[in-house]
Design a protein around this ligand. Structure first.
Ligand SMILES: [Zn+2]
Length: 113
């Protein structure tokens, strides 16, 4: 009886480990897709802001100017940076900490603060 049980356990552990590995892989894959979707949403927002900066004619002559233009540029850079962070995270889904948009700043050097 004891022999049979231990043999059964021996037979069961392999498919159980296989199922666990597949489940882990699926979980990471789902996480990667979710992070990539968030990244895409931020880059879409950056593109939308770029269009407002350029203005309807596409020459930036009739777009916003001065401080307002700088504000929009800051937001474009921030959205692009956040998109990049989520894209990087999507490529490393095993790092289980999501990027925090509130802590992300653009380091391109253009921004005064
Ligand atoms: Zn920047």
């Amino acid at each position: 009886m004891l022999m049979k049980w231990s043999r059964l356990r021996f037979k069961l552990w392999m498919p159980m480990v296989a199922i666990a590995i597949v489940a882990l892989g699926l979980g990471l894959h789902q996480r990667s897709i979710r992070l990539a979707r968030i990244s895409f949403a931020y880059s879409v927002e950056a593109s939308r802001l770029e269009k407002t900066l350029i203005g309807p004619s596409g020459t930036s002559n009739d777009g916003p100017s001065g401080r307002e233009s700088d504000k929009i540029l800051d937001r474009i850079h921030w959205n692009d940076t956040v998109a990049g962070s989520f894209n990087t995270a999507a490529g490393r889904p095993w790092i289980l900490i999501d990027p925090d948009p509130s802590k992300i700043t653009c380091n391109c050097g253009h921004h005064s603060r």
